[in-house]
Write a protein that binds this ligand. Sequence first.
Ligand SMILES: [Zn+2]
Length: 144
Amino acid sequence: MAQPPPPYPGNEQKGYPPPQNPAYPPQQQGYGAPPGYGQPQQGYGQPQQGYTGNTTVVVAQPQVSVIQQFREAPVRTQCPHCRADVVTATRYEIGTLTWIVCLVLCLVGCDLGCCFIPFCVDGCKDVIHSCPNCQQTISRYSRM
Ligand SMILES: [Zn+2]
């Protein structure tokens, strides 16, 4: 009575593992092929990453255009003269506002010395943005 059962499971087990084992590895190998496929994809991903870098530059362009409202602070822009990507060098120059403030101070009745104050205050002067590369003036921020 006990004999019939053992042969059966044993047979089944014996018969099962062999077919399953050979069947499995091929499947895994078949699955292993995709990794080979994945390598080309990785190779593809690298150029894409390089492309992303380019895209970032493109994204930075609108940023530059936004920053290109030249004000007091140096801005990063592309020099129209030498086409270099530079951070502008700023210097202050006596502009319209400087003279107006000077005039107003005179009209108000300040001393002679007082009306020259705006010439010493950068906040009253225009800001000249120049290219540190070619020394050309890129833009001028006028206070008026
Ligand atoms: Zn330049």
